[in-house]
Ligand binder design. Sequence first.
Ligand SMILES: [Zn+2]
Length: 228
Amino acid sequence: PEDAEACSRGNPRPSNPKTPKPASKQRQSSWREERTRSLEDNEMSLPSLAAAYSTILRGLGEDPHRQGLLKTPWRAATAMQFFTKGYQEKIVDVLNDAIFDEDHDEMVIVKDIDMFSMCEHHLVPIFGRVHIGYLPNKRVLGLSKLARIVEIYSRRLQVQERLTKQIAVAITEALQPSGVGVVVEATHMCMVMRGVQKMNSKTVTSTMLGVFREDPKTRDEFLTLIRT
Ligand SMILES: [Zn+2]
């Protein structure tokens, strides 16, 4: 079936940092030309989203008019807008006033950033942790901003591979560092709940750019530091 195919890409497989895969052929649109969803858009689309959830309830064999479900379409619509609020934000706004000139040339690492996203194939949660490292080249980013970048990209409909790459590319474009490494460990509810994936297994993806890709010592230092 098509959906099993789609999510087999999320099957647990160890990332092998020694053989980085060639960059995806898929066109990667830059955050610089991003269009966002406004709060007005949210307000305007709420009634039709709620109506769509009523249809879903009926389609599932439920009665949208029974008491427990009366407000469910509106709640679900509002919740879905929240789960995808990354469309309301732009990376460029996060970067404003957060990039500093600094002669720091040691690796910067922020690990265990909580991540909550939505699988774009099944519209159910993906959640896990993100570890980010970069080797600055005269410019650094406020540390809390790395978590904000994760938040903006994860609160959208995603596949884990793209999420991982988008975070790495955004940091690269913003800071032009010597290198960036991003590792995402996540559980996909679409896999766990359908029994495709065991409860405690995780999908690991990584993107290594610059010296993280070219220099095994730098990459190993990063991978060691995020595991301790
Ligand atoms: Zn899925």
